[in-house]
Structures are given as structure tokens and as C-alpha cells.
Ligand binder design. Structure first.
Ligand SMILES: *Cc1c(COP(=O)(O)O)cnc(C)c1O
Length: 353
């Protein structure tokens, strides 16, 4: 722990200039404990199925969510794109909210990888309902693309970390079952959603055909995501992962970081949520801020009176890094490399601007 603190200070307190990097929860670096786990991993060739640490991560994650099997992939994008490929045929259509990461931030992969079109809905902060989905399912007709998949995101990135509860998901799962549609969850931040709603991971499996779980967001692993599904789907997913260039060899070094993250970093996301609350409350008191969206999890979205680029430049002068999500909107993301002292410092900067 002492060594950790020294390293931590080197990283974040350069002289008297404090840096607070709120750009994303992907910027975290492995902790000493995580690095130890990585260095001590037992590995093998995972394309041959011989990496026992990868196998253990896949089994562990699947068991946590009450699903049959899992496949470790280099990125969340790859897990989502493989799921879409597994659950659709070319010329099909999927339904998602217009903010969906699979649609906005995966480079048009839905069309490129799966030859599938996308029907977009206007949810509330990315949250859609069975009532909204129902009318968008195409009837069987030679003119219409065949609707075969619904994709949800929890938490919703562009919604500012907004959450579905399982009670909200249940009617969507029932609709999909009745209409013979597959249901996929982009769970890049699923542990943030679970921490906020109090729902249990083990209850998720029964509602979804596929779940993507990111290890490199709030959980703080350097690389990787796991796609969960039934055994037959995961068997096919291994074929698709190879085609996408995602078959890795001694990936156990990375999987060990994921196992460590699942064992040690799940509960602590609540700290990030508390930090988000503190920043959110400070922002509501700032005259240069016109609106703060409710911070449910580890993301704070707020609107600025001046253009976001001007505000971001002022924040940068004080060592606070963040990203714009619109011309007058800024996003703060809390994560395990943001310490309470840094939050306190950031509150001082925000109130002084
Ligand atoms: C980050 C993220 C992903 C996956 O991103 P990668 O950078 O490819 O790991 C997927 N969905 C959401 C909602 C995300 O925020």
C-alpha cells in the first residue's frame, strides 16, 4: 500500500501542479496488485483453448451473470460486433436507441461486419421501453428488413451513465421472446448500473441472449471485454472472433488483470459514483453552468453557457482534463485513478471559475 501511494503521487501530483484526468474511465493504469496478478499468470495458446487463465476468466464471468459461456476479446467493440454477427443474418435489422455505442461509436461496424440496418429510437437519456420497441418491429413483408435483434446499453454512455433496472428490462425481454427477437446488452458499464440499481448480476442471464462486459472501463483492467451467451453461440463467436482478427495467444496475462478486477474493483465503483455526486453538486452552484444532468453513476454531463471548447481550455489551465460531448456540453468521468483529494481540488477549481 505504501508503494502504491508513492507511485500514485508520482502519477498524479507533479510538483505543485495537480492533474485530474476526467476524460474517460478507460485511462486507468493497472494497480500494483493487478500487475502482480498479471506477472504471475499461468498462460498457454488461447487459440488452441490452452490458456487456463483465459478459460478461468470466461467461466468466472459467465457464472457471475448466470450465463453458460463466455469469450474473452480485445475490446468492447469486438464483443458487441461479434454478438450482432451471431444474432443476425445479412439484410436483417436491429433496434437500438439513437445514442447507442454500437451505432455511434463503432465506426459503422453494424453495416460493415453484419450487413444489417439499424432502426433508431428516441429514448430518454438512451433508455428505451417495450412500448417504444413494439411498433418498430417490422411485419413479415418482402419490402421490409427482417427485425431480428434488440440491443440495450446499461449504463448508457451518451445518456450520462443513466441506468435500466431489471424491472425495466423484463418487459423488453418478454416482448423479444414473444416476437422471436434476440436481446443483446452492451454492458460496458454494467457494474456501475448494478451498483446504482441494487440489481444482481446473476439475475441478468435469464433476460439476455448476449451480454458484453468491459473489464477496461470502471473495473480498471488495461485491456479486454468478455461476451457472454449460451454455449452454441459462444462456439460460433470463436469462429467470428478469429475472422475479426481477435484470436489472441498467451492472453492469460491480460485475462489475469480481468480476474483481479472482478475480485477487487467491482464494489469500489461506488466511490466513483460518490465522487460524481460531489462534482455534480458543485457544478449546480456554478453560474457558468446552465444545466447539470442527474449523475446516477460515474459520469457527469453538464451544459455550459460559453462554448465547451472555451470552458475546457480554462479547465486545462488548472490541470483538469475533460471531453466535450456537444458544442455546449462537457463530460466528466470518474474512475479508480481519481483520488478524493483530486475531487476536492476539482471542486475548488469549478467554484472559482
Ligand atoms: C467503451 C464502450 C464500449 C467498448 O469500447 P472499447 O473501447 O471497444 O472497449 C462499448 N459500449 C459502450 C457503451 C462503451 O462506453
Amino acid at each position: 500500500m505504501g508503494a502504491y501511494n508513492v507511485k500514485y503521487k508520482e502519477r498524479n501530483f507533479k510538483g505543485n501542479n495537480m492533474t485530474v484526468d476526467l476524460r474517460s474511465d478507460t485511462i486507468t493504469k493497472p494497480t500494483p496488485g493487478m500487475l502482480d496478478a498479471m506477472m504471475n499468470a499461468s498462460v498457454g495458446d488461447d487459440v488452441f483453448g490452452e490458456d487456463e487463465t483465459v478459460n478461468a476468466l470466461e467461466e468466472k464471468t459467465a457464472a457471475m451473470f448466470g450465463m453458460e459461456a463466455g469469450i474473452f476479446c480485445p475490446s468492447g467493440t469486438m464483443t458487441n460486433q461479434i454478438a450482432i454477427k451471431c444474432f443476425t443474418q445479412p439484410l436483417d435489422e436491429l433496434i437500438a436507441d439513437q445514442t447507442a455505442h454500437i451505432y455511434r461509436y463503432e465506426g459503422g461496424g453494424i453495416a460493415f461486419n453484419s450487413a444489417v440496418s439499424t432502426r433508431l429510437l428516441n429514448g430518454y437519456r438512451g433508455i428505451i421501453t417495450a412500448e417504444m420497441i413494439g411498433p418498430e418491429i417490422n411485419a413479415e413483408n418482402i419490402h421490409y428488413p427482417h427485425t431480428s435483434l434488440v440491443a440495450l446499453e446499461n449504463t448508457v454512455n451518451k445518456g450520462g451513465g443513466s441506468c435500466y433496472t431489471l424491472a425495466q428490462i423484463k418487459p423488453i425481454a418478454e416482448l423479444c421472446r414473444n416476437k422471436d427477437l434476440k436481446l443483446h446488452l452492451d454492458g460496458a458499464r454494467i457494474f456501475n448500473a448494478l451498483a446504482h440499481t441494487g440489481d444482481k448480476a446473476a439475475d441478468y442471464g435469464q433476460y439476455f441472449d448476449g451480454i458484453s462486459v468491459c473489464l477496461s472501463k470502471g473495473l480498471g483492467a488495461p485491456v479486454g471485454s468478455v461476451l457472454l451467451a449460451d454455449k452454441a453461440t459462444i462456439k460460433y463467436a470463436r469462429r467470428i472472433r478469429k475472422v475479426f482478427g481477435g484470436g489472441m495467444r498467451q492472453a492469460g496475462f491480460l485475462a489475469a488483470a480481468g480476474i483481479y478486477a472482478l475480485d477487487h474493483h467491482v464494489d469500489r465503483v461506488k466511490i466513483d459514483h460518490a465522487h460524481a455526486q460531489i462534482l455534480s453538486e458543485a457544478l449546480t452552484q456554478c453560474l457558468w453552468v446552465s444545466n447539470v444532468l442527474p449523475a446516477e453513476t460515474n459520469i457527469v454531463l453538464f451544459d455550459t453557457i460559453e462554448p465547451a471548447t472555451i470552458v475546457l481550455a480554462k479547465l486545462a489551465e488548472h490541470g483538469i482534463k475533460a471531453l466535450p460531448t456537444d458544442t455546449h456540453r462537457i463530460r466528466f468521468v470518474l474512475h479508480l485513478d481519481v483520488h478524493p483529494e483530486q475531487v476536492e481540488y476539482a471542486v475548488g477549481v469549478l467554484k472559482g471559475m
